[in-house]
Design a binder for this molecule. Structure first.
Ligand SMILES: Cc1ncc(COP(=O)(O)O)c(C=O)c1O
Length: 415
């Protein structure tokens, strides 16, 4: 039997990791301030400062901090009024968290395919589903096949690149649906001139260890809707209706980020622009060196997009490259380089086998072909060069000889 790959584990000693945090600013100083003053829990000035800074960066009116991105998505679904039994359109090519959050509120995901060019939720399939599979009844939209009310769309901006939003936003207006952006992977990305997180009704970010900025674990809800922001804060803090008498009129959650972690977040926010610049530099170096390698598609960026290239990912076409993405992963692993495939499309997970799906062949192909490469903010030029060397020398197509070990690679990746 084939050996299981351990890509979720921390990289072994001596490995070039896939994507690790960069802690080089005021993190120690701000955390020490919390420890010295005793403000370690969820009440403390760093939590509010972090909320303000993330909201301001995105251009949203309000930010509400949460313990992680999944909790933020859970709360965003609640404030958007998604009810048990509703349906929510969601990208099938995503990390599982937003789909789990849909089930936490008792709603049902309807999986939408990725488009082939930028690998994001396909707007034409969203429209096709809404126009041809749904009908109006008493002022609400219903899925004709399941009889369930369709309430919201969750576009997931994956890998640092935005979803093509125009037609999705238009459809949401036309069909009266809430847009909950899963922007967890794309803080700092822009759709046209607008920041991701400012496009829909409410958006969520994650600050887990591999994200562009991290608090170890953390999340944020951003919105322009004052009532939703107030409700989000209320729900994340145990839904207290009287701060003294412990009166609760609704079920709440213990989801608020601690001051200690928010302190790390504030320090990380100070460095975010330089992290985005580093990610874009790494991406440019990879793309330039890989653009002519047979069978490799470098990570794309649409003309209408500003990508952070949070997780630099390539496609490997076996027939043109000579080996497939998983064989390439093993070659890189032998060279002590950690890489990772994209997620199995969620509609294929047994946990979601009874949910609706709307033809998802592109996500299946992307799952087979995609491979994410080391792209930490602190990736050295030597590491990047080592990854490229293995990648290019692994090309087993007939046209590969002129790439392997060529001096062209060296000059291209060093400028
Ligand atoms: C697309 C997506 N959504 C949601 C999450 C959940 O965030 P967290 O891990 O902070 O709960 C993540 C990442 O972790 C993610 O990649």
């Amino acid at each position: 039997m084939e050996k299981k790959l351990s890509v979720e584990l921390p990289p072994k000693e001596g490995f070039t990791p896939l994507c690790v945090p960069e802690i080089r600013g005021n993190e120690w100083k701000y955390v020490k301030e919390c420890l010295d003053t005793g403000w370690v829990s969820s009440v403390g000035s760093f939590v509010e400062r972090f909320e303000l800074e993330v909201a301001e960066f995105v251009g949203a009116r309000f930010g509400v901090a949460a313990v992680n991105g999944t909790a933020a998505l859970h709360i965003a679904l609640l404030v958007a009024g998604v009810q048990p039994g509703d349906e929510v359109l969601i990208s099938t090519l995503t990390f599982i968290a937003p789909v789990n959050a849909v089930r936490y509120v008792g709603a049902w995901p309807v999986f939408i395919d990725a488009e082939p060019d930028y690998w994001q939720m396909d707007p034409s399939k969203v429209l096709d589903f809404l126009e041809n599979r749904c009908e109006w009844r008493r002022g609400n939209l219903y899925n004709k096949a399941t009889g369930r009310r369709v309430k919201a769309i969750i576009p997931v901006h994956i890998l640092g690149h935005p979803v093509h939003m125009d037609r999705i936003l238009e459809a949401a207006r036309k069909f009266n649906l809430a847009i909950i952006e899963d922007a967890t992977e794309s803080l700092g990305a822009k759709y046209r001139e607008t920041m991701v997180g400012k496009l829909g009704d409410v958006a969520c970010f994650s600050f887990n260890g591999n994200k562009i900025i991290t608090t170890g674990g953390g999340g944020m809800i951003v919105t322009d809707n004052e009532e939703w922001a107030r409700k989000a804060k209320y729900l994340t803090t145990q839904a207290k209706d009287d701060p003294l008498e412990y009166i609760h009129n609704e079920i709440g959650y213990n989801y608020r980020l601690t001051n200690l972690l928010a302190a790390v977040g504030c320090a990380q926010m100070e460095q975010l622009p330089s992290y985005i610049a580093a990610k874009r530099r790494i991406a440019a170096a990879y793309s330039k060196a890989l653009e002519a390698v047979p069978g490799i598609t470098p990570m794309p960026e649409a003309l209408w997009a500003y990508s952070t290239f949070w997780l630099y990912t390539i496609l490997v076409d076996r027939s043109a490259f000579g080996i497939d993405s998983r064989a390439l992963l093993r070659r890189l692993e032998q060279a002590k380089i950690q890489t990772r495939p994209l997620w199995q499309p969620v509609h294929r997970s047994r946990a979601f086998a009874d949910c609706g799906l709307f033809e998802c062949p592109i996500a299946e192909r992307l799952n087979r072909e995609a491979l994410s490469l080391p792209c930490s903010v602190g990736l050295t030029e030597e590491d990047l060069h080592a990854v490229l060397q293995v990648l290019i020398s692994s090309c087993e197509s007939n046209q590969s000889r002129r790439f392997a070990g060529s001096s062209r690679l060296k000059s291209e990746t060093r400028d």
